[in-house]
Design a binder for this molecule. Structure first.
Ligand SMILES: Nc1ncnc2c1ncn2[C@@H]1O[C@H](COP(=O)(O)OP(=O)(O)O)[C@@H](O)[C@H]1O
Ligand SMILES: [Mg+2]
Length: 479
């Protein structure tokens, strides 16, 4: 089936041995001698078990022969499993022809490695396969960082050069029909497993292509887990469950990677199964468990720069879809206005996240999104809108030890003059650091008495649980 691959297993001995491909060791050497093909073998990297120089010499020799023997464009048309089979067959054949001696396990390892280079994302494959990695950050060919357990670490993963890295970026974004090159050097995409990819290439990125991957976590964290990790106290967790259940309008505020989307996903768990929920996201991340959920996703402009569907388009359309709750993955622009309106017009229990470092800042961000969105409304009107729509702001943070905490649960109270008033229900107090650099602190209830959503809780029959959670939280304060 492969144009260039005429020999079969039986005729293998008669097949002309591919021209000897010079072995290489160093980067410079490779650059000179590798045939001009879009795929290159990856360099050693230490996230895997260290391999000998000999391994890489053998690998590049086999790799070269493989490239000679197969038609890559046809390979691309096969499904992943068949393509892998095809590569395995040819590599096994090459090993036999060239009399390469290796153990079965070495051979398996090599096959896997070569398949990753040809079919997958080369040096990134081992990182993509590790579930505990949250983010992968590639700053040009020579520097790759990962984030594990909230900490950013440098890896030994390297690409042959920026051209190889660029090819891999290209392959990632071409899956969703996009292109990244000098003419359009910024690109967002999503991998088949749901991971989000951003590429910014030269000339905008000065030292080579920069690839950022936010890995999709299949086993989303639950509120119970967040409680176990100390992200919120058990009593605080109970209060959050009630907030989710009794249809408070919630804004989750926090920095990048602070756990906003994770928390939003947790809260949706407490939505009643009978409610019609519509989610709007830039790249679908939320995983709602309810049966009646409609998921919408924005669309970037196509190569000609047209056809974009913005978050605002989605949220506005949502309102015509008879939603009971609207969930906006990330509020960034003029859709803030539509979300507040939705919250105000009977779509209680709507939620969204916003990028801000405190509940106060979240409010002023929302305000400026509306003013910048071209709505010529007096500030006071915007603030009135905010006060009558948002019930609770939950602040998330990634602390300097890498841990993620809910640092404030704040209620919006009202307007005094032109100032929005609020009260904290729960705050996180940092008391210090232990010997290993882990931050010590605790969640404290502020003892404000009845929260504003008390009536709402009563309506949903959750008032007693709310009272218990508040009491328990206060008793802990005194202890
Ligand atoms: N409370 C937490 N404890 C540990 N890891 C968390 C917690 N919250 C989120 N994470 C992890 O942190 C990463 C970023 O979380 P995410 O919710 O996407 O952040 P954001 O939406 O604020 O950018 C994810 O890998 C997620 O699994
Ligand atoms: Mg997010």
């Amino acid at each position: 089936m492969f144009g260039k691959r005429t020999s079969t297993a039986e005729s293998a001995p008669a097949r002309p041995t591919p021209v000897a491909v010079p072995a290489f060791r160093g980067v410079g050497d490779m650059a000179k001698k590798t045939p001009p093909t879009i795929i290159e073998p990856s360099l050693p990297h230490a996230a895997e078990a260290p391999r000998s120089d000999e391994y890489y010499v053998t690998k590049s020799m086999i790799f070269g022969a493989l490239i000679e023997a197969i038609d890559l464009s046809q390979l691309a048309r096969l499904d992943a499993e068949s393509a892998r089979e095809e590569i395995r067959d040819i590599v096994n054949e090459i090993i036999t022809i060239k009399n390469i001696v290796m153990s079965i396990s070495e051979q398996e390892d090599l096959l896997e490695d070569i398949c990753n280079d040809v079919l997958g994302y080369g040096p990134l494959e081992p990182l993509l396969a590790r579930d505990e990695i949250a983010d992968i950050m590639v700053n040009g060919a020579m520097q790759t960082y990962i984030e594990v357990a909230g900490k950013i670490q440098l890896t030994n993963i390297r690409f042959r050069d920026n051209a190889q890295l660029m090819n891999i970026c290209q392959r990632m974004v071409s899956q969703v029909g996009r292109r990244v090159d000098e003419a359009s050097p910024i690109c967002d995409a999503r991998l088949a497993d749901g991971s989000r990819v951003n590429v910014i290439a030269p000339p905008l990125a000065i030292d080579g292509p920069v690839l950022t991957i936010r890995k999709f976590r299949k086993d989303k964290l639950t509120l119970e887990q967040l409680i176990r990790f100390g992200c919120i106290s058990p009593e605080g967790g109970d209060i959050l469950k009630i907030i989710g259940r009794v249809r408070c309008n919630v804004l989750i505020s926090g920095g990048t990677g602070s756990g906003k989307t994770t928390l939003l996903n947790c809260l949706t768990h407490y939505i009643d199964a009978g409610e019609r929920v519509i989610t709007c996201e830039d790249a679908a991340e939320l995983q709602l468990q309810q049966p009646h959920v409609v998921r919408l996703e924005t669309r970037p402009p196509n190569l000609e720069g047209t056809g974009a569907v913005t978050m605002r388009d989605l949220v506005r359309n949502c309102l015509r879809m008879r939603p009971e709750r609207i969930i906006v993955g990330e509020v960034r622009g003029p859709e803030a206005f539509d979300l507040l309106q939705a919250m105000n017009t009977g779509h209680d229990g709507s939620m969204g996240t916003v990028h801000a470092n405190s509940p106060r800042e979240a409010l002023s961000r929302i305000e400026s999104m509306i003013t910048m969105g071209g709505f010529s409304l007096p500030i006071r009107t915007i603030r009135e809108m905010i006060v009558s729509s948002i019930d609770v702001i939950i602040q998330t943070a990634r602390l300097r030890d890498g841990s993620r905490r809910i640092t404030q649960v704040t209620e919006i109270m009202g307007l005094e003059g032109d100032v929005i008033t609020s009260q904290d229900l729960i705050v996180y107090d940092i008391s210090g650091e232990d010997a290993s650099g882990r931050i010590k602190g605790r969640h404290r209830s502020t003892g404000v008495g009845k929260p504003r959503f008390w009536e709402r809780a009563r309506y949903f029959g959750e008032d007693e649980r709310l009272a218990q959670a508040l009491d328990a939280s206060e008793m802990k304060n005194e202890a």
